[in-house]
Design a protein around this ligand. Structure first.
Ligand SMILES: NC(=O)c1ccc[n+]([C@@H]2O[C@H](COP(=O)([O-])OP(=O)(O)OC[C@H]3O[C@@H](n4cnc5c(N)ncnc54)[C@H](O)[C@@H]3O)[C@@H](O)[C@H]2O)c1
Ligand SMILES: O=C(O)[C@H](O)COP(=O)(O)O
Length: 607
């Protein structure tokens, strides 16, 4: 084995300047075109997005109100059609005449929209962060680039969070409604209810910020200014960033149990879906107050009504809902201790101007054939490259997912190294897609960001995660593109100490066997388990009967085991058992495994 190669920090789209894919002149907009790539892209030809002949002005449909500065930018380059409140049918009719569309969260850009465009629609611009209203799969299938504006509304969302917090504490909305209702009834003195609307003070109270990202950080700063004691829970945020503004990062349970106020700022992911539920409301201080300007789905809304009725939650202030607009008969909306706004977090003049400029620049850039740094769906990768790399793409993403789940809360991920062992010459292996997929695996489980080849490096850089790559050049014939991929996270603690290698990093390694990605190494331990379903890792004293004992527990708990593999340092010393399971074991099943005397530590990892 000849050792290695270069270490390169992420460079693709490493700044916000777009990557220019092609020249504009003399090319037609009607079809994606081919452009030559440099040597390290195998001299293959790939399709770029949209290209216009200089004489043909594209048409941009602006389907929801957009700030003037953004409209002006668009008009310099395109015909702009501002048509608001289109019905789905009207949108489908109009779209066949448009090359790009710009929306906020109120317009559904569905599969039907892409189908109705007859191939003309090339760019969707989301003037905001969340892209849940755009069918990304359909966009990609139709070769349509989706871009968003992820940063311009952060402060607006934070300010709205603070507005809801203070208004809720002082019953502003309820008191206002009561006086107005009284005036409609020709001044009913009884409605001048100074005693009913006595509020609570914020100073000295504990605020738990759940999700210490862009918005959460700004909320924390502002709450400190109000004299609140601010704690935060975010398993993936670096503790030093929190300390820098006087905020302590704490566990989820500590945050919800000690808070007088809880403000939600995490993305809606499978892990955060209904994270505030009956079980967690029961752990809260009686009389806690809750603010949500993140996504409605992070709260189990029925459980919140129960918690309000039981007096566990004294008040809630909500900007977002599982279904928007919420049904008219919603008990939550009608609850007297609940204050609501119609998803207004991003709705300030300033944020909308900022978002408008951000999205107009991205859409114009995309129409010119540039890959925008805020693109959220995949550009087209040459079919030949994709076919060969497909299992390695899956392997890369899953190794990233495993590695980040092994990080202990509060550690913060800053330095990741990806090592590719291959007999291919470096020029014959384009690792951008693999690096992007490792990044996707690392970042998506902990964020609302959609990561792909276009935005992976940008996203990593924005989050302060440095991804370096190393090549180990193997002897032999390069039949397959890669032998192994290793992902290492440095300077972190692990939830599973055995995942730390001798050199001190969380280390996971895998390879593709018969087209299927396998995990082959965890820390210093060699294992072999196919990366399908989920995985339990257990460190134990190597002794007879362990596989049977763990297998029996999982069998009794109706959890199907797909693979089991044991890697050990030496007979009767320590061993790591990797168990592939189809279902997520219950808490009690995991506890039973943890209670086996020979088991020293274990962790469940979702793929
Ligand atoms: N109401 C609005 O109009 C409005 C406006 C902007 C953003 N938002 C929403 O606010 C939320 C935050 O946006 P952002 O721009 O700050 O995103 P962000 O990606 O910058 O921050 C999200 C943070 O949540 C953390 N996180 C992930 N999983 C977590 C978990 N299980 N527990 C605790 N923290 C977790 C991440 O580590 C990250 O630091 C998103 O849901 C976004 O859609 C709403
Ligand atoms: O995702 C976002 O950016 C916010 O939720 C704001 O959505 P809006 O643009 O519809 O106000």
């Amino acid at each position: 084995m000849a050792a290695s190669a270069s270490s390169a920090s992420s460079s693709l789209l490493s700044s916000r300047s777009p990557l220019k894919l092609n020249s504009l002149s003399s090319l037609s907009w009607k079809l994606p075109v081919s452009v030559s790539l440099p040597r390290h892209h195998h001299n293959q030809r790939r399709r770029a997005f949209v290209v216009f002949a200089m004489d043909a002005k594209p048409t941009v449909l602006v389907a929801e109100k957009l700030g003037e500065a953004g409209l002006d930018l668009l008009k310099e380059f395109a015909n702009v059609d501002c048509s608001y409140n289109l019905s789905p049918e009207e949108l489908c009719t109009k779209i066949s005449l448009c090359d790009a569309i710009i929306v906020r969260s109120g317009t559904k850009v569905s599969r039907e929209v892409f189908e109705s465009s007859g191939g003309r629609l090339k760019v969707v611009g989301r003037a905001g962060v969340g892209i849940d209203n755009v069918d990304l799969g359909a966009a990609t299938e139709h070769g349509c680039l989706v871009v968003n504006a992820p940063t311009a509304n952060t402060v607006a969302a934070a300010e709205h969070g603070i507005a809801l917090l203070t208004a809720m504490a002082r019953n502003v909305a309820q008191a206002d409604a009561s006086i107005k209702a009284a005036h409609e009834n020709v001044i009913d003195a009884g409605k001048w209810q100074r005693n009913k609307y006595v509020g609570v003070s914020l100073v000295g109270k504990t605020l738990a910020v759940m999700g210490f990202g862009k918005v959460g950080t700004e909320v924390a700063r502002r709450a400190k200014g109000l004299g609140m004691h601010v704690i935060a829970h975010d398993p993936y945020a670096p503790a030093d960033r929190a300390h820098a503004i006087g905020v302590d990062l704490v566990s989820f349970d500590e945050a919800i149990a000690t808070a007088d106020f809880i403000s939600l700022h995490m993305p809606l992911t499978p892990a955060t879906n209904k994270i505030l539920n009956d079980e967690n409301f029961a752990k809260m201080k009686k009389g806690v107050r809750i603010v949500n300007v993140a996504r409605g789905g992070v709260i189990d809304e029925d459980a919140l009504v129960r918690a309000l009725d039981a007096g566990i939650v004294a008040q809630a202030a909500l900007d977002v809902f599982t279904v928007e607009p919420p049904p008219k008969d919603s008990k939550l909306i009608q609850h007297e201790n609940v204050t609501v706004t119609p998803h207004l977090g991003a709705s300030t003049m300033e944020a909308q101007e900022g978002v408008a400029i951000e999205i107009a620049e991205a859409v114009v850039g995309a129409l010119k054939g540039e890959l925008a740094a805020t693109a959220v769906n995949a550009p087209m990768v040459p079919a030949e490259v994709l076919t060969e790399l497909k299992p390695y793409v899956t392997l890369s993403e899953k190794l990233g997912r495993l590695a980040v789940q092994l990080v202990a809360g509060g550690s913060g991920v800053k330095s990741v190294k990806v090592t590719y062992a291959s007999a291919r010459a470096p020029d014959d292996l384009d690792t951008r897609l693999l690096r992007a997929m490792v990044t996707k695996g690392l970042i998506e489980p902990i964020s609302s960001v959609f990561v792909n080849l276009v935005n992976a490096d940008f996203t990593a850089k924005q989050r302060g995660v440095r991804i370096s790559e190393e090549r180990v050049i193997l002897d032999g014939s390069p039949e397959s593109p890669l032998e192994t991929i290793q992902v290492q996270i440095a300077n972190v603690e692990s939830r599973f100490a055995s995942a730390i290698s001798e050199s001190g990093e969380i280390t996971v390694e895998g390879k593709v066997k018969d087209g299927v990605p396998h995990l082959t190494k965890v820390g210093a331990f060699e294992v072999d388990v196919s990366l399908e379903g989920n995985i339990i890792l257990c460190r134990q004293v190597d002794q007879p009967g362990m596989i049977g004992t763990v297998g029996s527990i999982l069998g009794e708990e109706n959890v199907n085991v797909s693979f089991m593999s044991v890697g050990r340092i030496a007979p009767r010393k320590q061993a790591v058992m990797a168990i592939g399971v189809d279902e997520q074991p219950s808490k009690s099943a995991l506890k039973r495994i943890g209670d086996i005397p020979a088991v020293e530590e274990f962790v469940f990892l979702a793929l």
